[in-house]
Design a protein. Structure first.
Ligand SMILES: [Zn+2]
Ligand SMILES: [Zn+2]
Length: 295
């Protein structure tokens, strides 16, 4: 006789909420994930289906649905170092390195950390500086001077190495543009998890920046974001997960990973009225142009 109490419906729902969603239908034309945090995903969520090499499992799961390349994004010295090492040995991974705008103000020695980032920026498979930028949502007044100083330093490093700048902009659109204007923007600027409206998108497009759309574009409340996507030309559009965060509809509340990119890119094709295969081809070409070849 089974003496274990059976799992209640509520318990089962709670357990499933933490599980990775099922894999979507594969894409016909491969695309890449312009912004993911494999280290944070593995640390916080484990790995879909278990296994003893969780990072490899996440990369393989993505490749199976046509997401055959990804950009691993650093948020502090340790994660930047980790990403650079992964990219150096993995043909499907390129890395970017940075101190996250919410991280920079908390560091005991910002200058020393920036020196470490600059050293990593020289590595051949480190293809960008990011994520850096401004976040007035999570960093209060006291942290803002250090946050802005760090952003300015990342802009300078990106220009010294001729590498793209990957910007995190949360509730700081105009200040991000102000700092870019004051410093002089690098040749290539990517706004990761683009969160502006049509007007801000138009300004970024005019400046030649790339707009990277995340799962947020599928959220019911994201009308402004969809309007922004509509006026972003395909040659300035990227798609990302920001995994493990920002899981697209209909999987909100569950962890995100690069294998869910097809959900977001299909939504982007629908919203913009573009052909899915053509959009994937354009985004792939943007990736090779912006970050350089993976292989
Ligand atoms: Zn971010
Ligand atoms: Zn991120």
């Amino acid at each position: 006789m089974n003496t274990q109490p059976s799992e209640s419906r509520k318990q089962r729902a709670a357990r499933r909420a933490g599980e990775f969603p099922p894999a979507p239908e594969p894409l016909a034309v491969p695309v890449f994930d312009s912004h993911t945090h494999l280290d944070i995903t593995v640390h916080e969520q484990g790995v879909p289906g278990g296994g003893d090499d969780p990072v490899e499992a996440l990369i393989t799961a993505a490749a199976k649905v046509g997401v055959d390349r990804l950009v691993q994004v650093g948020v502090d010295v340790a994660s930047s170092r980790w990403g650079a090492a992964l990219a150096a040995r993995h043909p499907s991974v390129l890395a970017t390195v940075a101190l996250h705008p919410n991280e920079a103000p908390t560091l005991p020695d910002l200058d020393e950390a920036l020196r470490e980032i600059e050293t990593l920026a020289a590595e051949p498979r480190v293809r960008g500086l990011g994520e850096t930028g401004l976040d007035t949502f999570r960093t209060g007044e006291a942290g803002r001077p250090a946050q802005e100083r760090s952003f300015r330093a990342h802009i300078a490093i990106a220009k010294r190495y001729g590498k793209p700048l990957i910007i995190h902009d949360r509730d700081a659109h105009q200040d991000v543009l102000r700092v870019l204007d004051e410093e002089g923007a690098p040749d290539t600027v990517v706004l990761h998890c683009f969160s502006g409206d049509a007007e801000f998108a138009a300004e970024c497009v005019r400046r030649g920046y790339l707009l990277s759309f995340a799962g947020t574009v599928t959220f019911a409340s994201a009308g402004d974001l969809r309007a922004a996507a509509v006026l972003t030309p395909p040659e300035q559009m990227l798609v990302e997960t920001d995994a493990p965060y920002l899981t697209p509809v209909p999987h909100r509340g569950r962890p995100n990973a690069s294998y869910l990119i097809p959900v977001t890119v299909r939504a982007l094709a629908e919203v913009t009225g573009r052909d899915l295969d053509a959009l994937c081809a354009a985004i792939s070409a943007n990736g090779e142009r912006v970050f350089g070849p993976w292989r």
